[in-house]
Write a protein that binds this ligand. Structure first.
Ligand code: FAD
Length: 473
């Protein structure tokens, strides 16, 4: 029998599990590997597992498209390159192949940065939706869109019985292995694994509705002072009470589409994304702030006079909710050590980037860099929920403290985590090993064979605008 750690007495999840037990639900599918959530971690986990061709792989996603935050609200992969004067490319393998495909159709450019989270890979998020579809098809993954995990009925050695909901009704799915890549650790929550809820120990990061504007004259914007001018204008707008902006700084950057920009400037704190009405309030507040920002851009920022919002993010961006307690936990000391651990499955060189809610907008993002432009390695055991034999967690709900999470949540890292957990699930089935007792050396060799980087490359990367292909090691 599996060891399941209950961290509640009798919550609605247990009551639901009992109700589901009594219901006569059809079996949607029996699968070797079930991936819950089609974000950057889940897509990569499914791709990685599917590509081995040994097992059936099913991915369920509650929305009608894949990519999670990567396509719901964002347009820049961070974490591929380290920040600093001598940037290194620290993530490759399958995550790199996703970017290669986008590069092939002219749908990326590098946004060189020696500060912040380092150089970003800007991509066309609409194209990325198509790319995720194609890559998963090629990997032989069965995809169930508009399908949400709502219950975990039984956790037994011979199979985990999950309950999903689709408009046509409730169904069961039986899986030998499960990768929870739901971002919110929904599977782990429903199965009773232990986790920390953001905000319980340290203040949770704020939420952000992103938006895109078209008809921006970027040349005029740059001639007027670009990024520095924008920061100055935002500060003045707040100080002079011209526009009630949520914060004094924020990112407004060019997209792949000509004349379009994407912003990360809305800030919604002190609301719980796991509470029905607070999350509804957050969505409303995010939209309200977005249109305040639109007016500010039109009135105050050269180049934006004739620009307007053409799209809000599909939902407000949620940075953290549940963070599972794993067999190991990444903490701030681990990040700042700048060292790889023996069982590292990927590298991260991104600083701690903690978006906190300031009372008057003056308390902005808190940054702390890894000393010496270094990188740290992330332990395999941070992807294994405590006591787990058949379950992994990948992506932003992996086992990390609040601060460590604020460093290790960029999409290059969540994709790398996906690649590692997907392969781990396959190896676990192949060799009959449990998640926590998996032969990690074999996993590491498999990852390196498939292009993953587990040691800091000596050669600095080319981070020029067109430098993606040139910075392949
Ligand atoms: C506002 C904001 C800005 C950010 N900026 C950047 C940036 O510029 N660059 C960068 O690299 N990173 C950025 N990040 C961080 C990064 O986007 C995330 O940490 C990362 O994308 C998380 O990936 P994930 O796959 O773990 O989760 P997600 O992308 O959240 O994917 C989870 C998926 O699971 C699905 N799902 C959830 N519950 C269920 C369920 N019960 N059943 C079925 N499906 C379910 C969701 O619909 C979603 O598709 C930002 C995050 C936010 C919120």
């Amino acid at each position: 029998m599996l060891t399941v750690w209950r961290n509640f007495i009798k919550g609605s999840e247990e009551i639901m599990a009992e109700i589901f037990n009594c219901m006569d639900m059809p079996l949607l599918m029996e699968t070797d590997i079930l991936v819950v959530g089609g974000g950057s971690a889940g897509c990569l986990a499914a791709m990685s597992a599917g590509q081995q061709g040994e097992n059936s792989v099913l991915l369920i996603e509650r929305y009608g498209f894949l990519g999670g935050s990567s396509t719901q609200m964002l347009d820049t992969f961070y974490g591929f390159f380290t920040p600093g004067d001598s940037p290194r490319k620290v993530v490759a393998g399958l995550p790199g192949q996703v970017v290669d495909v986008l590069d092939g159709t002219g749908d990326i450019f590098l946004r060189a940065n020696t500060y912040g989270a380092g150089t970003g890979v800007n991509y066309n998020p609409e194209r990325l939706k198509l790319v995720w579809d194609q890559l998963l098809q090629q990997a032989g993954v069965k995809v169930a869109l508009h399908t949400s995990l709502v219950g975990v009925e039984k956790m037994e050695q011979e199979g985990i019985l999950c309950v999903v909901w689709h408009k046509s009704g409730f169904y069961k799915i039986k899986a030998s292995r499960v990768i929870d890549a739901s971002g919110d650790a929904d599977f782990c929550h429903l199965a009773g694994y232990a986790y920390e809820k953001a905000g319980e120990v340290a203040a949770a990061q704020s939420m952000t509705t992103t938006f895109r504007m078209s008809n921006v004259d970027l040349d005029q914007f740059e001639r007027a002072g670009g990024k520095n001018m924008l920061k100055e204008k935002m500060g003045l707008a707040v100080e002079q009470g011209r526009h009630p902006l949520p914060r004094k700084e924020g990112s407004a950057h060019a997209m792949c589409q000509v004349g379009c920009i994407s912003t990360v400037a809305v800030k919604v704190g002190h609301l719980d994304p796991l509470n029905v009405f607070e999350m509804s309030q957050a969505e409303e507040e995010g939209r309200r702030q977005a249109f305040i920002l639109e007016k500010f851009f039109q009135d105050d920022v050269p180049g934006y006079e004739r620009a307007s919002i053409i799209g809000l993010s599909h939902q407000i961006g949620v940075r953290e909710t549940r963070r599972v307690y794993g067999e190991a936990r990444l903490d701030k000391e681990g990040c700042m050590s700048g060292r790889a651990v023996n069982d590292s499955i990927f590298l991260c060189g991104a600083p701690i980037e903690d978006h906190r809610q300031g009372a008057n907008g003056e308390d902005e993002t808190y940054w702390q860099y890894i000393p010496g432009g270094g990188v740290y390695g992330v332990s395999y055991q941070t992807t294994v929920p405590q006591g787990s034999e058949q379950v992994w967690v990948a992506g932003r709900c992996f086992s990390a403290t609040h601060e460590a999470h604020a460093s290790c949540r960029s999409m290059a890292q969540t994709m790398a985590m996906g690649q590692a957990t997907g392969l781990a699930a396959v190896l676990s089935l192949q060799y009959g090993e449990s998640a926590r007792d998996l032969d990690v050396k074999r996993l590491q060799e498999g990852l390196v064979d498939r292009g993953a980087i587990l040691e800091l490359p000596e050669k600095p990367a080319d981070i020029s605008r067109e430098g993606w292909g040139k910075s392949i090691d």
